[in-house]
Design a protein around this ligand. Structure first.
Ligand code: FES
Ligand code: FE2
Length: 425
């Protein structure tokens, strides 16, 4: 059990909180490419780890992420004019380029040289997998961008559902690492079926097990940890196990077990202590197109969520839960797998108080997540240089992906090699 102080240490990211510093040592998604798709188009205000920034694509097509407030006297650049290769502050006309250079300063005489002495805070950016990624840490030590495990190549097909959720990033991430809940919360959408492995079609996901009481195995890795949730399969229960293996990639990503057709991942970017940008990602050659993916998940802009990615389902309207539908047999009365999760996460409080939890054997992955996150936060708190060294020392790593399947009992779940040798069907 963790204490209230440890709960704050692992969850809070604002100001100089150690966990915020941990997050800033990694590349993270700032926004979707589609939000600033137009060169010279509307700039976008974004919140990341307790601070606000502005993202824009300048008239030359280059992407910039800058501190939101103008270096002159602090007006918002998100209202600025996107023109002549920079973002012009409306107040006195200072114009900042994507690298933070002040390229126009009409309020000062050019001959004073003042313009050239000023530099606005600009951050390293990378466009990849339909997202604008940013590095918010030390500008002198920007690590090389490493593609996420869910989009290893530039041409990986990726579909992203995005929702702004009014609660802390850690309880969302725990949800993605909590296999046991899927057998209850998502039981109307992840239906036990006589299939050989997890399958997906246009109306739901199917799994080859009715077992609501998975057994867990956990293994620590250099990038986080992974675990197996082991269930009795419907077929061959005496000789086989149904395994669903998930991966936590620190600090904010989860590789969720795939189905037969495509892979699934989750990235939870903290906006501040009490708000998170949740990304639910389908990827791989056969993953659904993005419009279908958002519709399937009931996370369709204009329909389920507004232009700020806020859901119409909220705590004040009971997430539009349909009790009649429940009487007819639906488990939650809430359509869309993420919407069911979101209702649980939000009702746990803005920052869930973990010192009051009652954990059981099915929470082993949750315990490992907390241990893993606290280890990072404590090292950052006690020895930030050592933490930075550890992050930067890591070379390219092979992340064992998430997987699922019905395999003979005793199969090594920790490596792809062991698994593919033994896997049936
Ligand atoms: S506050 Fe932005 S130019 Fe003056
Ligand atoms: Fe879930």
């Amino acid at each position: 059990m963790i204490t209230s102080a440890e709960n704050d240490l692992m969850c809070r990211v604002e100001g100089d909180a150690p966990m915020g510093s941990v997050m800033r040592h990694y590349w993270m998604p700032a926004c979707l490419s589609e939000e600033i798709s137009e060169a010279g188009g509307k700039p976008l205000k974004i919140g990341l780890v307790g601070k606000s920034y502005v993202a824009f694509r300048n008239t030359a097509g280059e992407v910039g992420v800058l501190d939101e407030l103008c270096p002159h006297r602090g007006a918002s650049l998100a209202l600025g004019r996107n023109e002549e290769c920079g973002l012009t502050c409306l107040y006195h006309g200072w114009r900042m380029g994507v690298k933070g250079d002040v390229i126009a300063m009409p309020s000062e005489p050019e001959e004073s040289g003042f313009r050239k002495k000023i530099k606005h805070n600009a951050y390293a950016v990378k466009e990849w997998a339909g997202m604008i990624w940013v590095y918010l840490g030390d500008k002198k030590e920007v690590p090389e961008f490493v593609p996420p495990a869910w989009a290893p190549t530039a041409d990986t097909k990726v579909s992203i559902a995005k929702i702004k959720i009014p609660c802390n990033w850690a309880q969302i991430t725990e949800g993605a690492l909590d296999s046991a809940h899927s057998s209850s919360l998502h039981s109307s959408d992840m239906v036990p079926s006589r299939v050989l492995e997890a399958e997906a079609d246009e109306s739901g996901w199917y799994r080859p097990s009715t077992d609501k009481n998975p057994k867990f195995r956990v293994e620590k890795t250099s990038y986080g940890y992974h675990y197996a949730a082991i269930r009795r399969p419907i077929k061959d229960a005496d000789s086989h196990d149904y395994i669903r293996s998930s991966v936590f990639v620190a600090p904010m990503s989860v590789l969720i077990p795939p189905n037969k057709s495509y892979n699934v991942a989750n990235v939870n970017v903290p906006i501040d202590d009490e708000n998170t940008m949740f990304h639910f990602i389908g990827w791989g050659e056969n993953c659904p197109d993005q419009d279908f993916w958002r519709k399937f998940l009931c996370a369709e802009p204009g329909q389920d969520i507004n232009d700020k990615w806020v859901s119409k389902r909220n705590i004040d309207n009971d997430f539009l839960q349909d009790r009649e539908w429940m009487k007819e047999g639906n488990y939650t009365g809430i359509p869309g797998i993420p919407n069911q999760d979101i209702a649980m996460w939000i009702t746990m409080g803005a920052v869930a108080e973990r010192s009051k939890d009652t954990l059981g054997a099915s929470d082993i992955s949750i315990v490992e997540f907390r241990r893993c996150v606290l280890e990072q936060a404590k090292l950052m708190e006690s020895n930030p240089d050592e933490f930075a060294q550890q992050v930067y020392r890591k070379g390219p790593e092979t992340i064992v992906p998430s997987w699922q399947g019905v395999v003979p009992k005793g199969t090594d779940w920790t490596s792809i090699e062991g698994r593919s040798k033994e896997k049936i069907n």
